[in-house]
Design a protein around this ligand. Structure first.
Ligand code: DON
Length: 562
């Protein structure tokens, strides 16, 4: 008997073919790709209601605070790169700031050594949060729908709860192993029975719902003033922190010009300082243009060598020059971003052997563990690339029971010991020393590549210093190697950050022969499990079609479109 299909089966098959092809998702009107499918859907629902990409980003960001609390946050900070439908690009900087009472030696003991890991652990490690101010400012300037409508889905998710996933459950169990000095809100992951909510059960966050409700009602003042600000100050005082209501009241997000580069006719827009991501990305893309990388076979010895040497140079320049622009007005950004500079840098690169990273010499002779990224596009061609973070997974692992959210430990991104740069990668240069109200240098690299003035690739990743390199290689994979977005995201990545002087590579994805050839050239290679959790969208102008892909290493992540 011949198989027959019901109308429903045919409809389902059609839906599957048109909108989902294994790891890619297609959409004609708008799309959100984030670390949690519920948050992606929240963003798409806002787009369907007539919201623009900014509105969807605000709603997605608040929803991620609820569904992906290891990195989604209101207690941290981040960056937005926003390409408007008219082709103009702007950025929002809502990076955390050092508190007013901070100083360059605040983490050191009397011998000049870092005391008790205090730049990463305990409330001294917390920077003044910027997320609510950044989202609010971006919405005030470019949003379409009312603010309250955008915060509402997160309030509801926190109040009514959502299904606990295995990924979140495993993380919650891991968190019970934390240092006893860290509280991560004693009952945070627990249900009424006092046990961690199990996968498949509903996890509710009533304290967070109340805080979000205050932000929904009063905008940025709901966080930086009133009872929330008072509780932040009280909690800090009671537990050894130094952030006060004055710090909160003074916090401002900043709209900044993006950094811009080109690669083989594409325009690349990314985040300027206080993130180092955009500058390093463009410097490396310029080097790749010099190397005519498209002619070098992907994953070959020559490819890994060239890419690693570009990384080594860009990270040395990052360490020497970059920090908060408000405190470093003379950073040589134009030079670092120029094609002539890349040409000079390229001349120092020997195709037959590895260069050496010397902590005593920055530019010469070459001249955490959790964050979350999401990408948004809307029907008018507006695009958002947003990365925000608590620094480590679950930040400082501390927060007030009354507020229901976790604070960042972003102060660890400052250079902790003035003047001390070590072979293991601790940097001691001046531009990124701690100072009151200064923003710590970031590696977050939210990026938009444009073609003919329209978004072509929207991309970003978590991963600390590896962010710059995983975004760099994904951009390269799409622009130079013509990979579709999901393949570009999954393809083998390496990481070199000048110091320590070694190439990290993804285990099982680089052949032993290639590794041996690289070792003979003087490289040290170290395997790692995974590099990057990239969330990307590409646009095909000829088909008027968006294609989205979430990195398979994101346990709950996914693309949603309409
Ligand atoms: O801003 C930065 O560069 C770091 N605080 C980001 C930390 C991070 O990505 C950890 N994620 N996996």
């Amino acid at each position: 008997m011949k198989p027959t299909f019901t109308t429903l089966q045919i409809a389902f098959l059609f839906l599957f073919i048109s909108f989902k092809s294994f790891s890619q998702t297609y959409a004609e009107n708008g799309m959100v790709v984030s670390d949690h499918v519920i948050a992606s859907q929240v963003g798409v629902d806002i787009l369907k209601k007539g919201g623009n990409a900014i509105d969807a980003a605000v709603a997605t960001a608040f929803a991620l605070e609820v569904t992906h609390p290891e990195a989604g946050n209101i207690g941290g900070g981040g960056f937005i790169v926003f390409m408007k439908s008219d082709g103009n690009v702007t950025t929002f900087d809502f990076r955390e700031k050092a508190p007013l009472a901070a100083s360059p030696t605040m983490f050191l003991d009397e011998n000049g050594k870092i005391k008790d890991n205090s730049n990463h652990q305990g409330l001294l490690a917390v920077g003044v949060p910027g997320t609510v101010a950044g989202l609010y400012q971006a919405h005030q300037k470019y949003g379409k729908l009312p603010w309250a409508d955008l915060v509402k889905p997160a309030v509801e998710l926190a109040k009514k709860g959502f299904t606990m996933s295995w990924g979140l459950y495993n993380a919650a169990v891991r968190m019970t192993d934390r240092d006893p000095s860290e509280d991560i809100m004693q009952n945070y992951f627990k249900g009424k029975d006092g046990k961690i909510v199990k996968p498949g059960e509903t996890w509710k966050q009533p304290a967070l719902a109340k805080t979000l409700k205050e932000i929904q009602k009063h905008g940025r003042n709901g966080f930086y003033k009133g009872w929330v600000a008072q509780e932040i100050e009280d909690y800090m005082k009671a537990n050894g922190g130094i952030i006060t209501k004055a710090d909160l009241e003074k916090y401002e997000a900043v709209e900044r010009e993006p950094v811009k580069g080109t690669f083989n006719g594409y325009e690349i827009y990314s985040m300027p300082p206080p993130s180092s991501g955009g500058v390093a990305l463009i410097e490396m893309m310029n080097l790749m243009e010099q190397a005519n990388i498209a002619k070098v076979e992907f994953n070959s010895t020559a490819y890994v060598h060239l890419v690693a040497e570009a990384m080594r140079r860009a990270f040395a320049d990052r360490a020497e020059h970059l920090g908060d622009p408000d405190f470093n007005p003379d950073m040589p950004l134009d030079r670092l971003l120029s094609k002539e500079f890349a040409k000079k840098r390229f001349e120092t690169l020997d195709m037959t052997k590895a260069s050496i990273s010397d902590p005593a010499q920055f530019g010469h002779p070459y001249g955490g563990d959790n964050t979350t990224h999401f990408s948004v596009v809307d029907k008018d061609g507006n695009a958002i690339s947003m990365t925000y973070t608590l620094e480590n997974s679950y930040g400082v692992k501390m927060g007030s029971d009354k507020l229901g959210f976790i604070f960042n430990n972003e102060m660890g991104d400052f250079n902790p010991v003035p003047g001390e740069t070590t072979a293991t990668g601790q940097i001691g240069s001046n531009p990124n020393l701690v100072a009151p109200e200064k923003r710590m240098l970031s590696s977050m690299t939210p990026t938009i590549v444009a073609k003919d003035g329209k978004p072509y690739l929207v991309i970003g990743s978590p991963g600390g210093r590896t962010i710059i390199n995983t975004v760099f290689q994904t951009v390269l994979n799409v622009l130079a190697y013509d990979m579709r977005v999901d393949r570009a995201i999954e393809a083998m990545k390496i990481h070199h950050q000048w110091l320590p002087d070694r190439i990290l590579y993804e285990r099982n994805l680089l052949s032993p022969d290639t590794r041996e050839a690289l070792e003979k050239m003087g490289h040290t290679l170290t395997p790692t499990t995974n590099l990057g959790v990239l969330m990307g969208i590409t646009y095909d102008a000829s088909k008027k079609l968006y294609t989205g892909a979430a990195d398979s290493s994101s346990e709950d992540g996914g693309a949603r479109g309409y």
